[in-house]
Design a protein around this ligand. Structure first.
Ligand code: GLN
Length: 305
């Protein structure tokens, strides 16, 4: 078993000058209230160990990291039928781009851009009726704890200002790619994005992706091993928007970012890892978090490549 404590301390020291750089996602007003000086990192190994540094126990808005978990649910519910309605290619455009959706006839490029996640939310709604509580129950199951909730102020803030997401939902509906009404889908989506979790919780929640689709401890199966592979592949190719190439080059792990400043990354058969620092680069990925992950794979020599 590897002890990552010293490496995490070294990374913490090295990224400190970057913490506070970049911009906060202030297009969601409630997120603008977070201090840009935060930095946390947690590693969950498949042996059941947790290593952490900095603000790793502080809850933050996981935003688009939730797209990994809602996709997992949609795969459980819909199987391959999902891919009739969503593509599996990197978008090469911003996560909330409208133009691509129009010229591709309402089929989102992948499940990790906003349009794709809206279709995923629609699928959950159609199957389970309640796309809020069912996602919360799923997160509780993944983390073996019930202390995870939506941040209703963030969900409300996004609802008040989410005009682009509303446009995307209406576009999808006009192309026949939403079964439920756009308002209901948006409400579910905004709540999924507002999930409030710490680095430790996110890393723990993502461990099934490193562990062949199974939870630690009781070994409960969340998805089949090949589905865990599919999700990791999508994270690698689509998880960090239009800087996915730069992220893969530097970090060498499947990763999924959120505009709250969190990133979940996965090393199959080894660990899941989460970083959090709110300052974002131009593509909406945490600046210090990306650097920390790059340092982690460089210093440990562990990456998928
Ligand atoms: N809730 C955010 C939005 O819809 C999620 C975007 C993100 O984290 N990249 O804009």
């Amino acid at each position: 078993m590897i002890n990552y404590d010293a490496i995490l301390e070294e990374i913490y020291h090295e990224v400190k000058p970057l913490v506070g750089e970049g911009h906060i996602a202030d297009y969601i007003p409630e997120l603008a209230r977070i201090s840009p000086q935060k930095f946390g990192m947690a590693v969950q190994t498949i042996d059941g160990e947790i290593f952490q540094v900095g603000d790793a126990a502080e809850k933050f808005s996981i935003q688009s990291i939730s797209k990994v978990f809602t996709l997992t649910m949609a795969m459980q519910l819909e199987g391959d039928g999902l891919w009739q309605r969503i593509g599996r290619e990197p978008s090469g455009t911003a996560f909330n781009s409208l133009v691509q959706l129009e010229y591709e006839n309402g089929i989102p490029r992948n499940p990790f851009i906003n349009a794709g996640a809206l279709v995923v939310a629609d699928i959950i709604l159609s199957h389970l009726g309640d796309a809020r509580q069912s996602v919360l129950d799923f997160m509780h199951r993944l983390c073996s704890e019930t202390d995870i909730d939506f941040d209703h102020a963030v969900a409300h803030s996004e609802r008040e200002t989410g005009f682009r997401n509303a446009a995307l939902a209406n576009f999808l509906k006009s192309f026949g790619n939403l079964d439920n009404d756009p308002e209901t889908v948006l409400d579910a989506y905004f709540h999924h994005c507002s999930l409030s979790m710490s680095c430790i919780e996110v890393a723990r929640a993502g461990i099934y992706l490193a562990n062949g689709g199974k939870l630690l401890g009781n070994g409960e199966r969340i998805v089949r091993a090949n589905q865990a592979k599919y999700i990791n592949s999508l994270m690698l190719t689509c998880g960090t928007y239009d800087s996915v190439g730069d992220f893969a080059y530097r970090v060498g792990l499947p990763g999924k970012s959120g505009v709250g400043g969190g990133i979940l990354a996965v090393m199959p058969q080894e660990f899941s890892i989460c970083t959090w620092s709110p300052g974002l680069n131009d593509s909406g990925n945490s600046l210090a978090g990306t650097k920390a992950l790059e340092l982690f794979t460089t210093l440990t020599g562990i990456s998928i490549f």
